[in-house]
Design a protein around this ligand. Structure first.
Ligand code: PXP
Length: 235
């Protein structure tokens, strides 16, 4: 199982003070040296945490894999094409949201998604669509020409009862199987932590997890290296 560590919230802490510490680029080096598969960042339209400078430096200094989450926004797309990260995950974005609230509606936005995917693929950038574990959405993914889907696990992570969590797990398993049968690579993420990650990691078709907030939150107490290592051990 590949672990992509989302380091956005290192930059959130930096922005709380408006200075240059802590530096997400330094954090990325520690995450890499600890053995993660790669680094994920979300370049938001409002630049609330990660900035162009971070993406540029990550591209120049990372030894592993850089995955940038972006919305279907032409200005961000042009910047990303100039950087050429290893992969891009297409996500929906609302300025007022605290975090990504749901998957991208690739049925409604099939054409802009496909156009963005084609532009990224032409640059050799791998493409992923972040979507809900819904059969119709999964069936639409190949039509958008994405290489992979990332299943949104937030309903699973936020489930209040064991029954609800079980139901969400079944939806995720089914979605992973359908996507895999279409030849898509399957990733998952959002809201995953030490206590809920293992049932997701056991799903055979899922080859990559992207985890951010829980790792950075734990790192405040135990250090970044230990926080990453503990998740890697669970995987
Ligand atoms: N995957 C996507 C597409 C996301 O937008 C995020 C949050 O930035 C994550 C994974 C990681 O979620 P979390 O921070 O809850 O681990």
């Amino acid at each position: 199982m590949r672990l992509g560590v989302n380091i956005d919230h290192i930059a959130t802490i930096r922005e709380a003070r408006g200075i240059d510490l802590p530096d997400p680029v330094q954090a990325a080096a520690i995450v890499e040296l600890t053995g993660a598969y790669g680094i994920t960042v979300h370049l938001r339209k409002d630049r609330r945490h990660i900035k162009e400078r971070d993406v540029e430096l990550l591209k120049r200094t990372l030894k592993t894999h850089l995955n940038v989450e972006i919305s279907l926004d032409s200005e961000i797309l042009e910047f990303i094409k100039s950087i050429q990260p290893d992969a891009c995950c297409l996500v929906p974005e609302r300025v007022e949201e605290i975090t990504t609230e749901g998957g991208l509606n690739i049925i409604k936005f099939i054409q802009p998604t496909k156009n963005t995917v084609q532009e990224l693929k032409a640059m050799g950038i791998k493409t992923t669509a972040f979507i809900e574990p819904d059969e119709e959405l999964i069936k639409t993914a190949p039509k958008c020409e994405v290489d992979a889907i990332e299943i949104n696990t937030s309903k699973y992570a936020d489930a209040k009862t064991i029954k609800d969590r079980q139901n969400e797990l079944v939806r995720i398993k089914n979605a992973a199987q359908i996507a895999h049968s279409f030849g898509l690579e399957v990733h998952a993420g959002h809201g995953l932590n030490w206590y809920n990650v293992q049932p997701i990691a056991k799903i055979q078709e899922i080859v990559e997890l992207n985890i951010g907030h829980s790792i950075i939150a734990r790192a405040i107490f135990v250090g970044l290296e230990r926080a990453v290592k503990e998740i890697l051990d669970l995987l």
